[in-house]
Design a protein. Structure first.
Length: 183
C-alpha cells in the first residue's frame, strides 16, 4: 500500500500512520479493502454518528430529568430522618441546575459536526470511489501575480570580502599593551 498524500510505500497493510508524512492510514486501508468504496455503518465505521453538541444536550436532559427522580427520594430520606429540607434543595440545585448548564454549554461551545467514530476524532473524508475527483483546490495555469513584489532597495551593497573579520584575543591584547606603553 502507498500513502495517498506523499506516495511512500508502507511496510505493512496494518500500518496506522505514514512513515514519511504521518497521514492516518487506517481509513485508507478500509477503503482499499472495500475496492475504493467508503464503508457504511453496517459493516465499517462504528459509533452513533452523533455530534458532541447532540451528545451534550442528551446528557444535560438526562441530568435534568434525574432531578425529578432523586429530589423526591431525598425528600423522603430527609422526612424519615427528621432533617431540614436541605438535602432535596441541594439535589435540585445540583441536578436541575447542572443539567441546564450542561445543555447551555453544549449549545454554546460544542461542535455540531458528527464524529462518526463514537467520540473520537472525525473520520477522514475519502472520495466515493478511486476514480472520483477530490474537491481540493488546484493550481491554476498562467503567470503568478506580482502585485506585492518590490525589488530590493538600492544602496551600498557589501561583498562578503568587504566585511571586517573579527580580530583575535591576542591581537586585541597586544594593541591594548601598546596603547598603555604610548601613554
Amino acid at each position: 500500500m502507498h500513502c495517498p498524500k506523499c506516495g511512500q510505500q508502507q511496510v505493512s497493510e496494518e500500518t496506522r500512520f505514514c512513515s514519511r508524512c504521518g497521514l492516518l492510514l487506517s481509513g485508507v486501508a478500509q477503503v482499499m479493502a472495500n475496492d475504493g468504496i467508503i464503508p457504511t455503518n453496517q459493516g465499517g465505521f462504528t459509533g452513533t454518528g452523533d455530534s458532541p453538541r447532540r451528545r451534550g444536550i442528551k446528557l444535560g436532559v438526562f441530568i435534568f430529568l434525574l432531578t425529578f427522580i432523586l429530589v423526591p427520594i431525598f425528600g423522603v430520606i430527609a422526612l424519615g430522618l427528621n432533617l431540614e429540607p436541605w438535602l432535596p434543595g441541594i439535589a435540585v440545585f445540583l441536578f436541575g441546575g447542572g443539567g441546564i448548564l450542561r445543555i447551555a454549554y453544549a449549545l454554546m461551545f460544542e461542535s455540531s459536526q458528527p464524529t462518526g467514530l463514537g467520540g473520537a476524532a472525525a473520520a477522514p473524508v475519502f472520495p466515493r470511489s478511486v476514480g472520483e475527483a477530490r474537491s481540493e483546490p488546484q493550481l491554476t495555469a498562467g503567470p503568478a501575480s506580482t502585485g506585492s513584489y518590490s525589488p530590493p532597495r538600492q544602496g551600498r551593497w557589501m561583498e562578503t570580502s568587504d566585511l571586517n573579520q573579527p580580530s583575535s584575543v591576542t591581537d586585541n591584547t597586544t594593541k591594548l599593551l601598546q596603547e598603555e606603553e604610548n601613554r
